[in-house]
Design a protein around this ligand. Sequence first.
Ligand SMILES: [Zn+2]
Length: 344
Amino acid sequence: MRAAVIHGAGDVHIENVPDPTIRQPTDALVRVVRACICGSDLWPYGSLPHSDTEQRIGHEFLGVVEDLGADVAGFARGDLVVAPFVWSDGTCEFCREGLQTSCRHGGSWARDGIDGGQGEAVRVPQAQGTLVKLPVAADSALLPSLMTLSDVFPTGYHCAVKAGVTPRTTVTVIGDGAVGLSAVLAAKRLGAEQIILMGRHRERTDLGVEFGATDVVAERGEAGIEKVRGLTGGDGTHTVLECVGLAAAIETALGVVRDGGVVSRVGAPQYSQVPMDFGPFLRNITRTGGVAPARAYIDQLLPDILDGRIEPGRVFDRTVGLDEVPDGYQAMADRKALKVLVTP
Ligand SMILES: [Zn+2]
């Protein structure tokens, strides 16, 4: 089959790779119907040292079950399913606590011999715990929104949940990428009345407003902090959802959070230190967040998508075939596309 591989920074292309087959009784074989390119795929695309050994890439996909191992119950061939961005058994104590990213028998796509999502098919380990059945046809108009259940929407949602967003909390979302916009949608769904979106790409923040942002702050750094404080009577917001992953975003988060408030971060950290000094200590700032256990949120978010109450798939602004995946990476890296949907 054909799948995306990365050899190093700027070097993603489509190659022939071995066809996946059932190897364990807990496996399923899924033919990929939709995949996408993640903002976090852009980190290796921007900086991975070149290697002659190719590495598979992609961790978001939905597709049709083509084959099932003997121990996988609850699925049948032909089912449309979505996979969260890590696989997990669904039975260990971490999975039962809703922290499938710490599953004792789980792992990541596109490494250690596991297929990536950007390809024609995937062998899914621990399929019964990992996959979620989607009650729609494989040509449903809902596929883009259902695709976001793999990663980007649950990641934004996790950020808001960890921050404790409720109807009584004010919210700042830092970052107008697909996760930031998902965090806006999540904060709205959780009832927040004031949602300030910090981002400077107009077409993205416009979508953020449609998703529920009440204010947009395009300024960065000190000017951005001052503007947010001005919108909140000088104090900042109760919660800050940091969806970028750069040190400057953490500094902004600490600048716009209200004393006693919460900074929640889901941007994959591209820094090694966060400020833990006397300033945040004196202000009783809680810091939380981390990698999102997407699997834990899919069941509760799915009905809203099926009902059409929310449309997180609007973050996709470009669709490519498998052969155009390298162009998709370049378009996202150049900020010409917000998020790229792939139809293998
Ligand atoms: Zn587990």
